[in-house]
Design a protein. Structure first.
Length: 97
């Protein structure tokens, strides 16, 4: 989105650094204020260490992080439908790359 010139309005920090002043690509990493970069790294770390793991041992397949919650009806599907839905999700991920 940023490559097309679409940027968020306003400032990225309290010192007045505008979103428009942040370049595209890897150059953006050096332009983001250090405190913001640390917040991003801390947030991703918290997700990896606390949320995105199988804590119950009930995972049905690799990448199943439901942990006994957030079912959304998955258990109501038959095995053929589950296999089809996992294949569709995998193919959508490949297409996104």
């Amino acid at each position: 989105v940023a490559v097309t010139g679409v940027h968020l309005p306003g400032d990225i920090d309290y010192s007045g650094t505008a979103f428009d002043s942040i370049p595209n690509g890897w150059a953006a990493v050096g332009a983001i204020p250090q405190a913001g970069l640390l917040q991003i790294v801390a947030f991703v770390g918290a997700l990896e260490l606390g949320v995105m793991k199988d804590v119950t041992g009930e995972n049905e397949f690799v990448g199943d992080f439901r942990n006994g919650a957030l079912d959304f009806g998955w258990d109501t599907f038959d095995e053929e439908t589950k296999l089809s839905k996992r294949a569709i999700e995998l193919n959508n991920g490949r297409a996104a790359m």
